[in-house]
Design a protein. Structure first.
Length: 214
């Protein structure tokens, strides 16, 4: 039986709890930078919980004429004020959460910049989140698309807004925590890491560890 020491993940925008539970669990973490962009995935979207239920936040990207674009070369579009809208939505959803004020300034900075490439933007976000939850993770980038690093689980496609609802993940078990709208919706699992961060603060790291199943 193969003993996996690493994991291969896609890039993600404020990735879900499931994603981060894997990030901190493996000694080796690789992020795919040579795949073609896949629509309707966490690569350019995240899901938070608002007063009316889950809310998808989508980063618009520049579209070519049916051409395939490598994820590391995909440019963010600024035809609309999506940054202001994302931050307003996040603020509305979490300003009453226990740790919002503690982390808000760090998170808001991402909505004041205008990065060119989605991949770079996501990497900056992920590295900042890891610092905030005090997780020491060394992230490596893939050399090419075809090759899966040795002894690595390939999770490039498995962590998806649609697939995870129908495909069980034996390496993840959501651990309940108190959310802003728990009384209205009960516990909603596997939302954006922002939901866990603003609600649990310093306890986020320990909860992520509890979510992981070897």
């Amino acid at each position: 039986m193969t003993q996996y020491t690493g994991i291969l993940l896609s890039t993600a925008y404020f990735a879900p709890v499931r994603y981060f539970s894997k990030l901190i669990a493996y000694p080796e973490v690789y992020i795919e930078q040579h795949e073609n962009f896949v629509k309707q995935t966490y690569r350019n979207r995240t899901v938070i919980l608002g007063a009316n239920g889950p809310i998808p936040l989508i980063v618009p990207v520049e579209k070519g004429r049916d051409r395939k674009v490598t994820i590391k070369d995909l440019r963010i579009a600024y035809d609309e004020e999506w940054q202001r809208n994302h931050w307003r939505t996040i603020f509305s959803a979490y300003n009453s959460s226990p740790f919002f004020e503690y982390y808000a300034d760090e998170i808001e900075t991402f909505f004041r910049k205008k990065p060119v490439f989605l991949f770079d933007f996501n990497q900056q976000i992920t590295e900042t989140i890891l610092e905030l939850i005090e997780a020491e993770v060394t992230i490596k980038l893939t050399d090419d698309f075809e090759q899966i690093p040795e002894n690595c689980l390939n999770f490039r496609e498995q962590i998806s807004p649609k697939l995870h609802l129908i495909n069980p993940d034996p390496h993840f078990e959501a651990q309940p925590y108190t959310q802003v709208f728990s009384e209205k919706f009960g516990f909603v699992p596997d939302l954006s890491i922002l939901d866990l961060l603003f609600n649990e603060g310093p306890s986020a790291h320990a909860l992520l560890e509890e979510c992981f199943r070897p």
